[in-house]
Design a protein around this ligand. Structure first.
Ligand SMILES: Nc1ncnc2c1ncn2[C@@H]1O[C@H](COP(=O)(O)OP(=O)(O)OP(=O)(O)O)[C@@H](O)[C@H]1O
Ligand code: NI
Length: 307
């Protein structure tokens, strides 16, 4: 049984346009993702594809103007808002994308210690700081005294010392030096190997491939593919969706071939398959309806042409 299961998640925002007119903009549409115990799932996709919103939906911290449908199950049970609130920061820990989530009025050592639920909090905090190359005097500092990298390492520390079963890490490593990135990622791997699970949202596909088990590819607010990590090799022939292949081939270490066009804005989504307007395989049938996510070769794909 998956530890976390997101089924048919849709999210829309109510926005005021001119005067008092309201517009409902759909930003996530029928998105499916599962996370198994012992697993690291990397979530990749262009900026604005809905990665952070998925994280916020799981934790129940979407803004008030969001409307959400679909189900989020934790250990097989549908999560209610109050369950989300009680799991947050305890069984499910978020490493937020922005370092603004640190409490500006609390010394960072204390912030990390409040996440420790068993054992000596100070010892745990010092051990994790050491592991992430933060000097001991950092514990006495306030967030405004930290560099960007130190703030990020503090956020990572908070999740690592918690007894969480699931860590959702939203871009945890940008701006960190390679040694610290390696340390952070190996922490995630250890965490998963101990029977927990990690959802690693990242633009750094290369690093993600070194530790993840599966990769979920997002496009315009939905999942287009979930593939085992081994498929990201060669010229991407093992991948299932034309967008995943394009993403893979656009990486600097591959052929660096971008594809024309850009991801549609949520206010102007095409009908049917969201990728069809940019897809070399698209046919008339693709614009009829959004394809369902289906199983294919030990992975999942949302494309009627994929074989
Ligand atoms: N509060 C909001 N009101 C309206 N639209 C929003 C709101 N929050 C996010 N969006 C829109 O939802 C879409 C998905 O945003 P999200 O932050 O999840 O993207 P992302 O994949 O995390 O991008 P990045 O890689 O840049 O972090 C974007 O088009 C964004 O503009
Ligand atoms: Ni984001």
């Amino acid at each position: 049984m998956p530890i976390l299961e997101v089924e048919n998640l849709s999210i829309s925002f109510n926005q005021y346009t001119t005067g008092l007119k309201q517009k409902n903009i759909q930003v996530i549409s029928s998105l499916n993702v599962t996370l198994e115990e012992g697993e690291i799932l990397a979530v990749v996709g262009a900026s604005g594809s809905g990665k952070s919103l998925l994280a916020h939906a799981i934790l129940g911290i979407l803004p008030d103007n969001a409307t959400i449908s679909g189900t989020i199950k934790y250990n097989g049970e549908v999560l209610t808002n109050s369950q989300q609130a009680s799991l947050r920061g305890k069984e499910i820990a978020l490493i937020p994308q922005s370092t603004n989530y640190l409490d500006p009025l609390m010394r960072v050592g204390n912030q990390v210690r409040t996440s420790v639920r068993t054992g000596d909090a100070t010892l745990a905090q010092r051990a994790v700081f050491k592991r992430l190359h933060l000097k001991q005097n950092v514990e006495k500092m306030f967030p405004f005294q930290l560099s960007g990298g130190m703030a990020r390492r503090t956020l990572l520390s908070t999740a690592i010392v918690s007894d969480a079963k699931v860590i959702i890490a939203d871009e945890p490593t940008p701006g960190l030096d390679p040694v610290v990135i390696k340390e952070a990622l190996s922490n995630f791997r250890e965490f998963a190997d101990n029977g927990c699970a990690v959802m690693l949202i990242t633009h750094d596909i290369e690093s993600a491939l070194t530790i993840a088990d599966k990769i979920a590819v997002f496009y315009a607010g939905t999942t287009v593919e979930v593939a085992p990590v081994e498929n990201f090799t060669g010229d991407g022939e093992g991948l299932r969706h034309p967008y995943s292949k394009a993403l893979w081939r656009a990486l600097p270490q591959n052929e660096f071939i971008p594809i024309p066009g850009s991801q549609p804005h949520p206010s102007a989504l095409p009908s049917g398959c969201l990728f069809a307007p940019r897809c070399i395989k698209a046919t008339a049938a693709c614009s009829q309806q959004q394809p369902e996510m289906r199983e294919l070769r030990n992975g999942m794909v949302r494309c009627i042409h994929a074989t």
